[in-house]
Design a protein around this ligand. Structure first.
Ligand SMILES: Cc1cc2nc3c(=O)[nH]c(=O)nc-3n(C[C@H](O)[C@H](O)[C@H](O)COP(=O)(O)OP(=O)(O)OC[C@H]3O[C@@H](n4cnc5c(N)ncnc54)[C@H](O)[C@@H]3O)c2cc1C
Length: 426
């Protein structure tokens, strides 16, 4: 009996839906099994520019869609020093896409799934995958509907990380265990808010005690507000965490004048992890199921959709030639993007580095361009000196506990020296 489909995909998040769209375009018969019915709530509303050309290539233009607000940059604001620095995506290195969008995830994910369904992928909602059996020439996927035979399987199950759990290959990234508490506000129309909505920027607030927060403007004068704290602080009730944060932030108070909370408080513990064995002969993992990092730089969706497109390109020849996956070099190439974000996240939590690098007022233009390119998610290129220095240095996890040492090592002077190519402060 020949398999019912060529590729079965677990999960209709951005990774699964984008992979499905590109794979049907390459000629595969694709079936997506999604345990929820859409639209369903999902956190992660801030896209960065590198995701946009991927979606455009798939044929999905977010411009003007009712759930997508154009986003021109990212504003970093320190509640500790009162310093701010804004990165404008149009000031990145050449060929970097110049803007992104803030999206309401429930509708964004639904639009992506519907788009890939129109391209020819079959979506089964309310279909929860429980396990699979891999043989030399096929995979049998089991779930609440029964079973399906396919030639290849893609695990895009997000934080459920089905493949790495089944294999025992899930590895937590030290120091990235964090807890996010978030909600939405409506009628966000104060003069300070209008400034933010005009450019659609995300605001990233640095607060005391290793915490940071996001404010993401959404269509319809709504604002997504969240704080991310170290896991130990997750014991603080969600209500207290958000209220305390609002009390401590004059900028947020001015943005939220006249606004009202419009969604329940939600909390997610987002432990950074990798699937250290991301593929077998016929199964591979994608998106959060392959690796998840702290969300500080809004990298999740971009990592998911870029690597989904690249996967479809890589396995396109197997549409006619039923050979096992050969994905070692694919995963190695994709790791460049994950590792870049992992390293800049690591540095970001060193207070000296973050304050001197992100908030340095008279940053050289080159430095701004190179940093902006990373913040735009254009992290699979090889011509960015800032990125290359980050990657060249051995990975060390230095967190706030190490502040004095980090502060000394990453003084403003050292940062400048490193950027000019003479030092090794990275
Ligand atoms: C607090 C927080 C804030 C974030 N903010 C941002 C942000 O601003 N920007 C950004 O880019 N990213 C952000 N992220 C990360 C982002 O949400 C994820 O990286 C992104 O959703 C990954 O897409 P995915 O398709 O891999 O997984 P998901 O979007 O999670 O999709 C996985 C899908 O698989 C389905 N599924 C799971 N198990 C099964 C099963 N057994 N059978 C069938 N289906 C199954 C799920 O229902 C889900 O629909 C944030 C994350 C957190 C925790």
């Amino acid at each position: 009996m020949s398999p019912r489909c060529d590729v079965a995909i677990i999960g209709a998040g951005p990774a699964g839906s984008v992979a499905a769209g590109f794979l049907v375009r390459a000629g595969f018969r694709v079936e997506v099994f999604e345990k929820e019915t859409f639209p369903r709530f999902h956190i992660g509303e801030s896209l960065i520019p590198r995701a946009v050309p991927v979606l455009l290539e798939l044929g999905l233009d977010l411009e003007g869609l009712p759930f997508a607000l154009k986003k021109e940059g990212a504003l970093f604001a320190s509640e500790v020093t009162q310093r701010e620095f804004r990165f404008d995506f149009s000031h990145a290195l050449p060929n970097c896409f110049p803007h992104a969008y803030q999206v309401e995830r429930a509708l964004f994910d639904q639009a992506l799934a519907e788009h890939s369904a129109r391209l020819g992928a079959t979506f089964h909602f309310g279909h929860s995958v429980s396990r699979w059996e891999e043989r030399a020439d096929r995979v049998t996927v089991f779930g609440n509907w029964g079973q399906t035979e396919c030639r290849y399987l893609v695990d895009a199950s997000g934080q459920q990380t089905l493949m790495s759990k089944a294999q025992g290959s899930k590895e937590l990234i030290r120091g990235l265990g964090r807890s996010g508490t978030f909600t939405h506000f409506r009628n966000v129309a104060s003069p300070a808010a209008r400034q933010i909505f005009r450019r659609g920027d995300i605001i990233i607030f640095l607060t005391k005690n290793q915490s940071w927060g996001w404010a993401i403007p959404l269509t319809g004068d709504r604002l997504s507000l969240g704080i991310v704290t170290k896991d130990g602080e997750a014991v603080v009730p969600a209500e207290d965490a958000i209220r305390g944060y609002l009390r401590a932030s004059p900028l947020l108070q001015s943005i939220l004048v006249g606004a009202t909370q419009s969604a329940p408080l939600r909390r997610i513990a987002n432990y950074g992890h990798y699937n250290r064995a991301p593929n077998t002969s016929r199964v591979t993992s994608l998106g959060d199921a392959r690796g998840f990092l702290d969300p500080i730089f809004s990298s999740g969706i971009t990592l998911a959709v870029f690597t989904a497109q690249a996967l479809a390109r890589r396995i396109a020849p197997t549409v006619t030639d039923d050979r096992p996956f050969d994905l070692e070099s694919y995963h190695a190439e994709m790791q460049r993007g994950y590792q870049t974000f992992e390293r800049i996240i690591d540095r970001f939590y060193r207070p000296g580095w973050a304050h001197h690098t992100f908030f340095m007022e008279d940053k050289p233009d080159d430095m701004v361009r190179q940093m902006t390119t990373i913040l735009a998610g254009d992290v699979w290129r090889h011509d960015n000196p800032f990125q290359n220095k980050l990657l060249a240095n051995r990975h060390t996890s230095v967190w706030f506990e190490d502040a004095p040492e980090a502060e000394a090592e990453f003084s403003e002077a050292n940062t400048r020296t490193a950027l000019s190519g003479n030092g090794a402060a990275f």
